[in-house]
Design a protein. Structure first.
Lengths: 396, 380
């Protein structure tokens, strides 16, 4: 096994640095774009805060401020470099067994975004003991448990959250769990009435609530309502790569590749968005010229991830292998590895799709068991379940 | 409670999306470092992302959010200083000196990079190589330096991370890795694979077992005088080419390689012609000495192509020269007994000497034309 891994590693390494260094001819040639506008207030703020922190690296409240801004920015730009910078700001507290609660929560947030869910939960448990009244701790915990598919644990955490801070945040967090756990219709109704009452304001919270609602409606098969909510969320003007990706997925599922490609035009930085853009391009007739270059870029990025020893891309890579490289067995292997880490509907779907494509319906069993025991309502998954069952009957 | 909640709101939504962040994440901070080992030394290539460098030392001089080639050039000194302070190479305990030769740009799948190409000086064929890498970890603990090491036909890989900043490679020691033996081998090989030197030597040695008397070749009477004759020729050739080889390698004299190669071809022609129409019948050792000076420059060029080991120049030169002599001696040892046993035959005097010399003239003339006119016709 080790030898195979090493061999793979060598093969990847051999092809990953497919570089052609050059000497630019013109001094005015732009090599890299750091931000979309010359002055970006958020970027400016981070830089000023980091300058302050470098003069006072032991100042925990300043460090937390830097880390928080960096995490926000990493989300908006889908740029994990900022997560690294957040971690660097927290360096004095990173390995500390009992850091201040604020640093602990931020540490957990960074760990979970690196898919280190076990240690993130351990940090949150410690934080909840140190300060049981910290709302952020319970919210983050609920979200991680949802990603892991532990809906019972997530519901309990949401209950705690609602007691601690009743309001829209608790409502949206609860709805995001219950919508996956047998109460999709009721969850949508609750979210809808809260949105109708304007309780979410107009910023990130509303974008979040609309995204949760749109995804739940889409799973129920209410496509036009879901699309209306995605559009409403986009109209709020908050840059949110997650929202863009989710809406693009709806368009792709509806066979509207052209619209998906238009939505993601120029979104080549973030791997997840580039993947969807490339999927859209590959569905167009004729294929745009950029499609092959995008496939090559994604391949190189996944290879770089392998070399680094990162495993956070397994879901995207499985989707890439399945739909763009058409390597169902490779895709199934990745989808299974991904399934061992996280249990979101997208993970379920990939496991089912690649099991079908690889003609290995047995491999889909864990996903089918999970869907049944959690009463997950999802029209796409139900269709796939049917196909898997038909195949299983056909191949005794 | 309400106040507290408001305080946390900016992060709430952030955390939500982060739960599924990987769905959109792109490649993290990565640098690529390659080392290639060859007989001539160690060369390296280092790709550093402009976004990382901008964060570390600032590249966006006019602060417009874009990095131009002009800006990157204007920060060359700072970029090189940063890079050199973050990478240290040790060979068998000796510090290698990194000398940056090229400063280029490159586009990888996740953005633009600066490419530093460098030589590692002060280390030669180490049996133990230690690399200490410390770039960007202070700004981004998730940074990785991906290392690729090409050594002796093998590719070795390593990953530098904030917790693994040092990598050690043990190559083991074989005699061939000692530069003296490496260059000794190269010297022998140069003589045997460089047909011009063999033919020159043969042209001089063919009449070695004969004497010129009354306008015709007679076999030498005793073995001893044949030995002396051959010894004189070989010694003169050796002394002469050793002189010019040393002078050229030490940089005291330099001749253009095409001129040297052409002159060597001409020397082979002249040496063979001398067997047919003797000018220096009994002065073959003088021909050997005069033209030997030329061949020395040829050896120097060959040695330079193999790569000179600064700091071990004397050892390299001595090894190579000794290799040349061993290769030459081997040819003599094969030739001499044969020639001595055949020297009384008319066949030797008439046929081997004449036709051999004529053949040598033909080949060497072609070389001469090739080298002067810079084309290639003969396969050797």
């Amino acid at each position: 096994m080790g030898k195979i891994a090493l061999l793979l590693f060598a093969v990847f390494m051999a092809i990953s640095v497919r570089s052609e260094p050059f000497l630019p001819k013109d001094e005015s040639q732009v090599l890299e774009t750091l931000r979309s506008t010359a002055f970006d207030p958020a970027d400016h703020e981070i830089r000023s805060l980091r300058a302050l922190l470098s003069a006072e690296p032991g100042n925990v409240s300043l460090a937390c401020q830097v880390a928080r801004r960096c995490i926000e920015r990493s989300r908006r730009e889908a740029d994990p470099r900022y997560l690294g910078r957040a971690q660097a700001a927290l360096a004095p507290w990173w390995d500390m067994p009992t850091p201040p609660v604020d640093a602990l929560v931020l540490r957990a947030t960074i760990k979970q975004s690196q898919h280190d869910f076990t240690n993130a939960l351990a940090d949150l448990d410690l934080a909840s003991r140190l300060n049981p009244g910290n709302v952020q701790v319970w919210l983050t915990r609920a979200i991680i448990l949802t990603v892991l598919g532990d809906y019972a644990g997530a519901r309990k955490t949401c209950l705690h959250l609602a007691q601690l801070a009743p309001g829209t945040i608790a409502l949206a967090a609860t709805a995001s769990v219950t919508a996956l756990n047998g109460e999709a219709g009721r969850s949508c109704a609750l979210l809808q009435s809260a949105l109708d009452g304007n309780s979410f304001g107009s910023g990130d919270e509303k974008t979040w609530a609309l995204t949760v609602l749109a995804e739940a409606l889409e799973r129920l098969g209410h496509i036009s309502e879901a699309e209306a909510d995605f559009k409403a969320a986009l109209a709020l003007g908050q840059r949110d790569p997650y929202l863009l990706g989710a809406y693009a997925d709806l368009l792709l599922d509806q066979g509207r590749a052209e619209e998906a490609a238009k939505l993601l035009n120029n979104e080549t930085r973030a791997d997840g968005l580039l993947l969807r853009l490339t999927l859209a391009e590959s569905a167009l007739h004729p294929r745009p010229a950029t499609c092959d270059a995008h496939i090559a870029a994604l391949k190189a990025r996944f290879e770089a991830g392998h070399l680094r020893g990162d495993f956070v891309h397994q879901r995207e890579e499985a989707r890439f292998d399945l739909h763009l490289l058409r390597k169902p067995h490779e895709a199934l292997r990745l989808a299974q590895a991904n399934w061992r880490v996280q249990h979101e509907p997208a993970d379920l779907r990939l496991l089912l799709e690649s099991a079908l494509a690889a003609a290995d319906p047995g491999a889909a069993q864990p996903a089918l068991d999970f869907m049944r025991s959690n009463r997950l309502e999802d029209v796409q998954l139900a269709k796939l379940e049917q196909q898997v069952n038909d195949k299983s009957k056909a191949v005794p | 409670m309400t106040k507290r909640l408001t305080h946390f709101v900016p992060l709430f939504a952030a955390i939500l999306a982060l739960a599924t962040q990987a769905a959109c994440a792109h490649t993290q901070s990565t640098a690529y470092l390659t080392f290639r080992f060859s007989e001539t030394g160690i060369i390296g290539e280092w790709h550093l992302a402009l976004r990382d460098l901008d964060d570390a030392i600032g590249l966006d001089v006019n602060d417009d959010g874009r990095i131009t080639w002009g800006e990157l050039l204007s920060r060359k000194e700072a970029v090189c200083a940063y890079a050199l302070s973050r990478l240290h190479v040790w060979g068998d305990g000796h510090a290698g000196l990194l000398h940056i030769e090229d400063y280029l740009a490159d586009n990888l799948s996740d953005g633009a990079y600066v490419v530093l190409r460098f030589n590692v000086e002060g280390i030669h064929q180490p049996s133990r190589l230690e690399l200490d890498y410390d770039a960007f970890f202070d700004m981004d603990p998730k940074h990785r330096g991906l290392l690729r090491l090409e050594h002796d036909g093998q590719t070795l890989l390593g990953v530098f991370s904030s917790t693994t900043r040092s990598q050690v490679f043990e190559f083991g020691l074989t005699p061939a890795r000692n530069p003296f033996f490496t260059f000794l081998k190269e010297g022998v090989w140069h003589i045997w694979s460089g047909y011009d030197h063999i033919l020159f030597l043969l042209a001089l040695l063919l009449p070695g077992v004969l004497l010129r008397r009354d306008g015709s070749w007679q076999p030498v009477a005793d073995m001893r005088s044949a030995f002396v004759k051959v010894l004189k020729v070989v010694t003169a050739f050796t002394v002469a080419h050793s002189i010019t080889l040393s002078l050229a390698v030490m940089g005291l004299v330099h001749l253009p390689s095409r001129l040297v190669e052409s002159a060597i071809a001409a020397s082979v022609v002249v040496a063979a012609l001398n067997n047919l129409w003797p000018l220096f019948a009994e002065g073959a050792w003088m021909v050997a000495f005069g033209f030997g000076l030329l061949h020395g420059f040829g050896f120097a060029n060959a040695l330079r192509d193999l790569g000179l080991q600064h700091g071990q120049l004397a050892l390299t030169l001595f090894g190579f020269n000794l290799g040349v002599e061993i290769g030459q001696l081997a040819i003599v040892l094969v030739f001499l007994p044969l020639a001595l046993s055949l020297r009384h035959l008319l066949f030797y005097q008439r046929f081997i000497l004449r036709f051999g010399s004529a053949a040598i003239i033909m080949v060497a003339s072609t070389w001469l034309a090739e080298r002067v006119l810079d084309f290639k016709w003969l396969p050797f």
